[in-house]
Design a protein around this ligand. Structure first.
Ligand SMILES: Cc1ncc(COP(=O)(O)O)c(C=O)c1O
Length: 399
């Protein structure tokens, strides 16, 4: 069988994820990887997760439901907990506003599946999350850049019937730059999308990983300004991947209830529901974990962020390289001289036993050759210093 002519057009632009490929490097112990943006496994609540599974499997009343199919919307007590947490953060929600998804990645995919036809416009930040670009590109949108709020670039989006179908935005500790929108910039994005009459999809996996002051209100909270989610232009994608563990694959979409009803149909078509037992485990974890647990998670990543910035200051001094100073999340973004080619530098870096993600993966147009993302999530402070020293050597020898 010759397979190539069989594949649908939507697969044409698909390539293997550079990050997933890079994750393979983590298996080589000599490599210090600033590549994958995955959470630190030592922070997973292992004991409590085991206790939750034991509770469920040992409870004759619960186990039959936990191992059974459930409703596609998700486990109701978990949806209630999420609705209450979102309400407490200024996004007034009821249980009907929450759909449980297989990580936020699935919610992101569903938004494009629901709103984007081939050739229709959608707004994205540049750079943006490469996993979202992979999902969106299957629906073959025409990407339009949401201008950098610090620039005065005009927006080139169409108006009227051809207006963008959605805007995909990370407001807090963005992947890949680690940067957040200021309050004024949040208002600007909302005003722009209101003016275009375009829905906003807010993706917020890192909002809870703040290292300094409490974070600003989410885009959804700013958009609603006290109103109920049913009146929202902003849909909110949340996840337990960075606060609990990504292997549970539990995330959610918060949206007006009419939108949720549509998305439930997508969920049924895609995979029926998220694992019932995993949803119940997450629900139990939310009840059983100590309230101050996230302080420890934040403190762990804060130490690593500090180590990364100190190492960059120390080893890149005098080079024509700038980098972001994030207040949360897992990433630092490097801007190298204009002639630099980060994909080529990665090969040299791997030879020096250090890895990163080259910037083009985060650019819908393949640009950003002189940019790169460093994640400090998996290395301790000493390894971070050694890793950045190795990177500095690569830069000195090749730039
Ligand atoms: C910005 C962003 N959105 C979504 C995801 C997907 O996470 P998950 O599907 O595990 O919730 C990630 C994962 O790294 C991410 O960085």
């Amino acid at each position: 069988m010759t397979w190539t002519p069989q594949y649908a057009e939507r697969t044409a632009g698909m390539t293997r994820s550079e990050v997933r490929e890079l994750l393979k490097l983590l298996e080589r112990p000599e490599i210090i990887s600033f590549g994958g943006g995955v959470p630190e496994p030592a922070l997973f609540p292992v004991k409590e997760t085991q206790a939750a599974y034991d509770d469920i499997l040992g409870d004759p009343k619960l186990v039959g439901r936990a191992l059974q199919y459930g409703v596609s919307e998700g486990w109701t007590p978990l949806r209630e907990q999420i609705a209450a947490t979102m309400t407490a953060k200024g996004v007034r929600c009821d249980v009907e506003n929450i759909l449980i998804t297989s990580g936020s990645q699935q919610a992101i995919d569903f938004t494009a599946r629901a709103f984007v036809d081939p050739g229709s416009e959608m707004l994205v930040q540049r750079p943006t999350f490469l996993g979202a670009l992979k999902a969106f590109s299957a629906y073959r949108p025409k990407y339009v850049v949401l201008p950098d709020p610090k620039s005065n670039e005009p927006i080139t989006a169409s108006r009227g019937a051809d207006r963008p179908r959605m805007a995909y935005v990370m407001a807090d500790f963005q992947n890949p730059t680690g940067e957040s929108l200021t309050m004024a910039e949040r208002h600007d994005v909302i005003r722009l999308c209101a003016d275009l009459d375009t829905p906003i999809v807010e993706d917020d996996p890192y909002g809870e990983l703040y290292f300094e002051a409490e974070p600003m209100p989410t885009l959804a909270a700013v958009d609603l300004d006290g109103r109920h989610m049913d009146e929202s232009r902003t849909l909110y994608c949340g996840t337990f991947s960075k606060t609990l563990a990504p292997g549970l694959r539990v995330g959610w979409l918060a949206a007006p209830r009419g939108v949720i009803e549509r998305f439930v149909m997508l969920k049924q078509a895609a995979d029926i529901q998220v694992s019932t037992i995993n949803q119940i485990v997450v629900s139990k974890l939310l009840d059983s974990l100590p309230a101050n647990r996230m302080d420890h998670v934040r403190a762990t990543y804060r130490v690593r962020r500090d180590a990364m910035l100190a190492a960059l200051d120390k080893h890149l001094g005098g080079m024509d390289i700038s980098f972001t100073r994030p207040d949360g999340g897992l990433f630092v973004w490097l801007q190298l001289p204009a002639h630099a080619n980060a994909p080529a530098l990665l090969e040299k870096a791997v030879a020096e036993n250090v890895a990163f993600v080259p910037g083009p993966a985060f650019h819908h147009d393949g640009g950003g050759a002189n940019t790169m993302r460093l994640s400090y999530s998996l290395a301790d402070a000493a390894q971070i210093d050694v890793g950045v020293q190795r990177l500095a050597k690569v830069f000195r020898e090749n730039l």
